[in-house]
Design a protein around this ligand. Structure first.
Ligand code: CA
Ligand code: CA
Length: 589
């Protein structure tokens, strides 16, 4: 059996070597490579290990038997005096790793040795306004380009061999509060980006640029009332898709500064040819200033990659009053029920509910709480709309002294039942592995008016733990019935992404610094390794010279230490860092 495995491995790697040689002679990474990413185990060329974002690998050399022997082979330091949160997912192509660090840095590293090939360091202006740490979540790869977004709201394309700038585009004005932190998405030769800045009264949007030239193709604002545009022969024309008229779900002029930031980027499903982007909170946080549903805030949007048209929308928190951004990743997956294949997509929202949608039309299939406590809603109705709980919404300052509204205790806290950290879907177990947190907040409203480039909240808050011994909970969730199959409780809040593999393994990291591997079926922890700083990035796995590798970035930071209130005190002893670790099994002698 072993012999057979080895000889097959030899044949495959010879073939792969021949293919990658041919690939180098041609033009670099293609749309086909990106679409095939999940099944091509010798590279990682998309955020989410495939555009659907399942974060599932068919590799099984590392499995529940062998993972205990996993060893680090190299660790690479991002260096510099500036550290803070490292939330990147590395990419790997032809033996080179491309990974981003805090403060808009990109590194190309020899994946075999950990030696640096080049570094690009964006020179950021003094006035950048990242709400939630100076993080970056990774690059996109296309042709011979490494493309990423900067904290001063630019897209930068670098030559993959030299790290030199090939093109650079301003996506938005950082002085108004815009920044870029998500990994861009490449679909059909276009690089697609959202924007961050929902705490500054910006207007969210999704934009497509020609990946090779950086020329804009279309723009799609995500607040109802704003017009979308498409560029034809270099000319900007209305694309006839208005995204609704002003004033329908917003009072007065508030739609002009309505937030709905698309700050976590998107996923793409080639089967339906739709991109799925989430949108953040409506601005300001004080919901009494903006009665109505405030479309398209706190929603998932299905967008046509050719035109920017919103094909369908599903709003998780209409008239949000808790900062329940609806940005979390919507992951396409199929399951069978009653002999039929359901083309579904799932998402675990900040508001504490897990949603299964029909990805063709956005119809609600089912939803259920995935956290232990939800204070603001009784449940979901048959359309998936929340049934608001009486007294669950922080009060209107106008009803008290005009300065501070009645506070409420709310769970989840605004940092969410789940925040940005991506979950994984295993094609073998049919379960989602959800990095979640149990925490509550005191929240109250205050008066506020919009001022360009200033925080636009109209709210105050304190986040607090709900349990003495844990905040983070990694959950295995069955999307067919909402059942929690197993859970792992972690003292600090979980803030890193998850990876599932054919080897019946689930990988994630924690702020305490451990890379951990669990049995995907039982939840038993089979492996942990201390990386020296907190893990708030997303692990990957790939194959090189017939061996399976795992990589993850390490570097504690992100929103929790900045916004976490009582929770921030609980984790203030954790040290910062900035490195990428790579692991494999020892070579058989
Ligand atoms: Ca691949
Ligand atoms: Ca927000």
């Amino acid at each position: 059996m072993k012999k057979f495995g080895r000889s097959t491995g030899f044949a495959v790697s010879t073939l792969v070597a021949a293919m990658s040689f041919a690939g180098m002679a041609q033009a670099g990474i293609t749309d086909k490579d990106i679409l095939a990413d999940q099944m091509t185990t010798d590279d990682v060329v998309s955020n989410g290990l495939g555009p659907r974002g399942q974060r599932y690998s068919p590799l099984a050399t590392l499995n529940t038997e062998t993972v205990k022997e996993l060893r680090p082979v190299w660790s690479f330091s991002f260096g510099g005096e500036k550290q803070r949160g490292q939330e990147s997912q590395p990419m790997v192509k032809d033996g080179v790793m491309y990974v981003t660090g805090s403060y808009s840095r990109v590194f190309a590293i020899d994946a075999k040795t950990g030696e640096e090939l080049w570094e690009y360091n964006a020179r950021l202006p003094d006035g950048i306004m990242p709400c939630c740490d100076v993080i970056n979540r990774g690059v996109a790869l296309y042709d011979d380009l490494v493309i990423f977004g900067t904290l001063d709201a630019k897209l930068v394309a670098l030559n993959k061999d030299t790290g030199k700038v090939v093109w650079k585009k301003k996506v938005a004005d950082y002085k108004e509060g815009y920044s870029l932190t998500a990994a861009p998405l490449v679909v059909k030769g276009k690089v697609i980006t959202g924007v961050s800045g929902g705490e500054f009264g910006i207007v969210g949007k999704v934009e497509a640029y020609d990946a090779k030239t950086g020329d804009i193709v279309w723009t799609r604002p995500t607040v109802e009332g704003h017009m979308g545009y498409i560029w034809k022969d270099g000319k900007k024309v209305e694309n006839g898709i208005s995204g609704g008229k002003p004033g329908q779900t917003w009072p007065g002029d508030l739609w002009k500064t309505g937030g709905a930031a698309t700050w976590l980027g998107g996923t793409y499903d080639p089967e339906t040819d739709l991109m799925f982007f989430g949108t953040g909170n409506p601005a300001p946080w004080n919901s009494h200033l903006r009665p109505g549903d405030n479309l398209f805030s706190s929603s998932r949007l299905a967008i046509d990659p050719d035109t920017g048209k919103i094909v369908w929308h599903f709003q998780t928190t209409p008239h949000d009053g808790w900062d329940f951004d609806g940005v979390n990743e919507l992951i396409s997956f199929d399951y069978s029920e009653g002999g039929k294949t359901v083309k579904a997509a799932a998402t675990a929202d900040r508001n504490g509910f897990f949603y299964v949608l029909n990805r063709e039309n956005g119809d609600f299939i089912r939803g259920f709480p995935f956290v232990d406590k939800i204070t603001w809603a009784e449940g979901l109705d048959d359309q998936g709309r929340p049934i608001f709980k009486e007294g669950g919404r922080p009060g209107n300052p106008a009803d008290t002294d005009g300065k501070k509204g009645e506070p409420v205790v709310s769970a989840p806290s605004f940092l969410g039942g789940k925040n940005w950290m991506p979950m994984a879907y295993s094609q073998d177990t049919g379960l989602f592995y959800v990095p979640s947190n149990e925490w509550a907040m005191d929240i109250w409203n205050e008066p506020v008016s919009y001022k360009k480039g200033a925080a636009y909240l109209g709210a105050g808050f304190t986040i607090r733990p709900m349990n003495d011994d844990y905040i983070g909970v990694l959950r295995a969730i069955d999307p067919k019935n909402g059942k929690e199959v197993w859970r792992y409780e972690n003292y600090a809040p979980l803030w890193g992404g998850v990876l599932a593999t054919k080897g019946n393994l689930v990988f994630t990291g924690n702020p305490e610094g451990y890379l951990m591997a669990f049995d995907a079926k039982s939840g038993e922890m089979l492996y942990k390794f201390q990386t020296g700083s907190g893990i708030v990035g997303s692990p990957i796995t790939w194959e090189m010279d017939g061996e399976q590798y795992v990589s993850v970035v390490s570097g504690w930071g992100g929103a929790v230490p900045l916004w976490g209130g009582e929770v921030a005190k609980r984790v203030k002893h954790l040290n910062q860092g900035g490195s990428v670790w790579t692991f494999k099994l020892p070579k058989e002698s």
